[in-house]
Design a protein around this ligand. Structure first.
Ligand code: GTP
Ligand code: MG
Length: 213
């Protein structure tokens, strides 16, 4: 007798998803990945240098001492058989060239916004909208930052209808997890509509030596 697996069994197959954590300079991306990750996060922080300050927009985050120069990496099991690999982007314009590579294979993104400098996340919003990559906006509530209703923030960012806008504290794991779950639900809905299951593609090129020292 032939053995066929039911949809329910297929649903329980391990699913590995790649998600980007993006947004403007200093919006809390590294903090988010670090607080959500269940493994010790990989960070690429460097001290903000005087020469770099000629290129970096430090307005509003003058007290920031370090910045991400390549990426953050973390991992979390959202539920049984659903693992999310988190890739935090660098925030400064001079590292834009890394974004395309970081976004390869991602099923979606969390775009962190800081209401003190909302315009800093416009490029991230544009990046994902242009590529049709689903995203949710996390409004990282810094102390003393102005509060706006989610609908107003959605309008200010000119988001497509249905794009979730969720207030969060990037330092709180539960907040981060809530954003990831909202994103995964949105991405799965979209992929069901397109009849394809999102996964992180297997690396095809066995000669790739980027992991080597
Ligand atoms: N009060 C408060 N501080 C936060 C929050 N999230 C991040 N921070 C602080 O804000 C600063 C910037 O956070 P990062 O996580 O480095 O920001 P980033 O977006 O990774 O910055 P870049 O990589 O330089 O673009 C750090 O000092 C954090 O401790 C938050 O929700 N509330
Ligand atoms: Mg960072």
């Amino acid at each position: 007798m032939g053995f066929t697996r039911s949809d329910r069994e297929l649903e329980r197959e391990p699913l590995n998803l790649k998600i980007l954590v993006a947004g403007g300079f200093g919006a809390g991306k590294t903090t988010f990945v670090g607080s959500v990750s269940e493994i010790r996060p990989l960070r690429t922080e460097e001290v903000l240098s005087a020469p770099g300050s000629r290129f970096d927009d430090l307005d509003g985050v003058e007290r920031k001492a370090t910045t991400t120069v390549a990426m953050d990496f973390g991992r979390i099991d959202i539920r049984a058989n659903l693992t999310v690999y988190l890739f935090g982007t660098p925030g400064q314009d001079r590292f834009w060239f890394l974004w395309d590579e970081l976004a390869t294979g991602a099923i979606g993104a969390v775009v962190l916004a800081d209401t003190r400098r909302l315009e800093a996340c416009f490029p991230a919003v544009d990046f994902f909208e242009l590529r049709g990559v689903p995203f949710v906006v996390g409004v990282n509530a810094f102390e003393g930052a102005p509060h706006f209703p989610a609908t107003e923030i959605g309008e200010a960012l000119d988001l497509s209808p249905g794009t979730p806008v969720i207030v969060c504290d990037a330092r709180r794991r539960e907040d981060g997890k809530g954003l990831l779950i909202a994103l995964v639900e949105k991405a799965l809905q979209l992929s069901d509509r397109n009849n394809s299951r999102p996964t992180v593609p297997e690396r095809q090129d066995s000669t790739d030596k980027r992991g080597e020292a």
